[in-house]
Design a protein around this ligand. Structure first.
Ligand SMILES: Nc1ncnc2c1ncn2[C@@H]1O[C@H](COP(=O)(O)OP(=O)(O)OP(=O)(O)O)[C@@H](O)[C@H]1O
Ligand SMILES: [Mg+2]
Length: 606
């Protein structure tokens, strides 16, 4: 069963709540930009920190690699010089005249044979010591100080060489506070130890060579417990240096590649450097990086440290520049992305506002439309009430007048009966009117089913013939094939009947009424359907009548209700169809009901 009052759904004003009307458009930009900015700043912050960490790692790695290179080069140079010493020593040991001079403890022969070689080694290869020592470790000849001899050599290298009867080399701290690379080798001849050969060099030239190669400064620090101050002073005088014994509390500088040590390199920095392995100081606007390489002597004792001083001003400023560059790029990128989002959101927001305004306008139109509809309804209601009052008033005035006449003639039963008959007639008119009104109200009920259209038309024509007294010919033009439409047969019959009655009322001569059923598409929507039309050759309608024929209660007949065509239209709408009318005054009228093949799901029918 389908049915209901479609008008309720046509009044959107009832669906608009004051809250929805007053709703403000959302501020999309304000809602999104702030969280987006936070997210972007966070992402850019993480990105910037990550890049800076990579940069810092590169910088630290560079510094660490340089320190490692210094250590490696220092060891390589020690090895290279040791190899030179070994080669020199072997060359001397193969020389028979030197061997003879040594065996004979012949100091002048040794001097004569080796002084030129020693001078060459000292000038070209930084060799500072060449000793010939007897098997009892009593010194025979010191080439750098020939007048000192006859003392016992009790240095670790010599003692170890005698003990191991093998070559011993390594760094050794001298009594005068000098750090020397020494090689001591026992000289055996025919199974007998002739004595010991010793070659040595101060390491100062090594650190200057490393400075030239790796562009770092170096400072050789030795534990003060290893050197006596007076001896150290003597050593400084001998090397023509002006060292400062009191510069550090626990350490003393034996050699350095810079004239003036940085002021910031004090006891505190030194302690930190020796504990942590690295330190950074500022010196006259320069950034200096300090690192240490541990120095071990031939007896594997820690004797001091080689402090590597690297000027990292350029590296630091490059790093700082990259901090500024990365932060600026990150910030600009964030601002750029934010700007793009801002513009996009601005566009979205303006679209949204436009849409919101349109919706708002639509709501206002709907509200106005609802108000107009309401007014139309009220005006229709007024017309209806006026018409009903008019329709009922005429017979009722007659009833009252006839009753007054009957009262005046109580003694004339024949006249009274006649008057009562007229009163009954007027009452029946009223009842017939009320009946038609009730028929109109029933149109709202809708019960569709597949209906053979030929039978429906035939039944309606039969009923029409019984009620119509002009006996007008009714012609039907139906398709050859049977047409079955899903419709409410009672309503369609009622509509067809109304059209036939109107056609009959308009026909003055014997003109035929024609009923046509033919396939037709809805021209507006292209929906397939059928057209059920009634044509007459009656008086037709002028345009001013035509435009009002679907207005409820509009009639040109004195006894009409003006509900016939509105009912036809209502029935058509209930079926998802429509009504069209064409007329020519003096020639006739055609009124067609278009019905779709299948019933649509219309709100009117729900
Ligand atoms: N076939 C037609 N030819 C000429 N005029 C018509 C035709 N059908 C309708 N009309 C005009 O349209 C008016 C409205 O018709 P409608 O059927 O709604 O009411 P009515 O026929 O006047 O009254 P009721 O149907 O209650 O008897 C008619 O009064 C008439 O003037
Ligand atoms: Mg009518």
């Amino acid at each position: 069963m389908r049915g209901g009052n479609g008008h309720g759904t046509l009044c959107p004003m009832t669906q608009i709540s004051p809250a929805s009307q007053a709703r403000k458009p959302r501020r999309i930009k304000a809602r999104f930009i702030a969280p987006l900015a936070v997210v972007l700043v966070f992402i850019m912050g993480v990105f910037t920190v990550a890049i800076l960490r990579v940069e810092a790692n590169i910088r630290d790695q560079d510094i660490a690699e340089r320190t490692a290179a210094v250590e490696k080069l220092f060891v390589q140079k020690l090895d290279k010089d040791t190899n030179l010493m070994i080669a020199t020593m072997r060359a001397m040991m193969t020389n028979q005249s030197i061997e003879r001079a040594f065996r004979n403890l012949d100091r002048s022969a040794l001097s004569q044979q080796l002084s030129p070689l020693f001078a060459n080694l000292r000038d070209k290869h930084h060799i500072t010591h060449l000793y010939f020592t007897g098997p009892d470790l009593i010194n025979l000849y010191r080439f750098h100080s020939p007048d000192e001899f006859g003392d016992e050599i009790d240095r670790l290298t010599t003692i170890k060489a005698r003990k191991q009867q093998d070559a011993v080399h390594g760094l050794e701290l001298g009594a005068l506070g000098t750090l020397t690379l020494r090689l001591v080798m026992p000289w055996r001849h025919n199974g007998q130890v002739l004595g010991y050969l010793e070659i040595g060099e101060e390491i100062e030239h090594l650190i200057s060579e490393i400075k030239d190669s790796l562009s770092v400064d170096m400072l050789v620090l030795v534990d003060k417990r290893m050197v006596l101050p007076q001896q150290w002073q003597r050593g400084q005088a001998m090397m023509k240096r002006e060292g400062n014994w009191d510069r550090f509390t626990s350490y003393v500088a034996l050699a350095q590649t810079i004239d003036l040590l940085p002021v910031a390199l004090n006891d505190l920095t030194l302690r930190k450097l020796l504990v942590e392995g690295t330190a950074e100081i500022e010196d006259h606007g320069r950034s200096l990086h300090l690192s240490v390489v541990s120095l071990t002597d031939v007896g594997r004792r820690h004797i001091g440290d080689l402090v590597v001083i690297r000027d990292i001003t350029a590296l630091e400023s490059a790093f700082q520049w990259s901090i500024v560059a990365v932060t600026t790029i990150g910030l600009l990128a964030a601002i750029g992305v934010l700007g793009v989002f801002y513009l996009a959101l601005d566009r979205v927001e303006s679209d949204y506002r436009r849409q919101h305004d349109l919706e708002h306008q639509l709501l206002r139109f709907n509200a106005e439309y609802g108000r107009i509809l309401q007014l139309e309804k009220l005006s229709a209601l007024g017309t209806m009430v006026g018409s009903i009052a008019h329709q009922l008033n005429n017979p009722l005035v007659g009833v009252v007048n006839l009753a007054q006449l009957a009262e005046r003639e109580p003694d004339n039963p024949a006249r009274t009966r006649e008057l009562l008959g007229e009163i009954r007639g007027a009452g029946e008119d009223c009842r017939a009117f009320v009946k038609r009104m009730l028929a109109f109200s029933k149109v709202s009920c809708f019960d569709s089913k597949p209906t053979p259209m030929a039978e429906l038309i035939e039944d309606t024509v039969l009923l029409f013939r019984q009620t119509e007294n002009k006996h007008l010919p009714v012609e039907t033009k139906l398709p050859d094939e049977p047409v079955v439409l899903t419709i409410d047969p009672i309503l369609i019959r009622h509509a067809l009947f109304n059209l036939l009655v109107n056609a009959a009322q308009a026909t003055t001569d014997n003109g035929a009424i024609v009923i046509t059923l033919e396939r037709e598409q809805d021209p507006m929507r292209g929906v397939p359907g059928w057209s059920l039309a009634v044509s007459d050759h009656g008086r037709g309608m002028p345009p001013e009548v035509m435009e009002k024929i679907f207005v409820p209660f509009y009639t040109t007949h004195s006894d009409g209700t003006g509900l016939g065509l509105p009912v036809v239209q209502h029935v058509a709408l209930l079926h998802g169809g429509q009504v069209s009318a064409s007329s020519k005054p003096g020639h006739g009228t055609r009124i067609a009901v278009w019905l779709p093949n299948s019933l649509p799901d219309l709100p009117l029918n729900q």
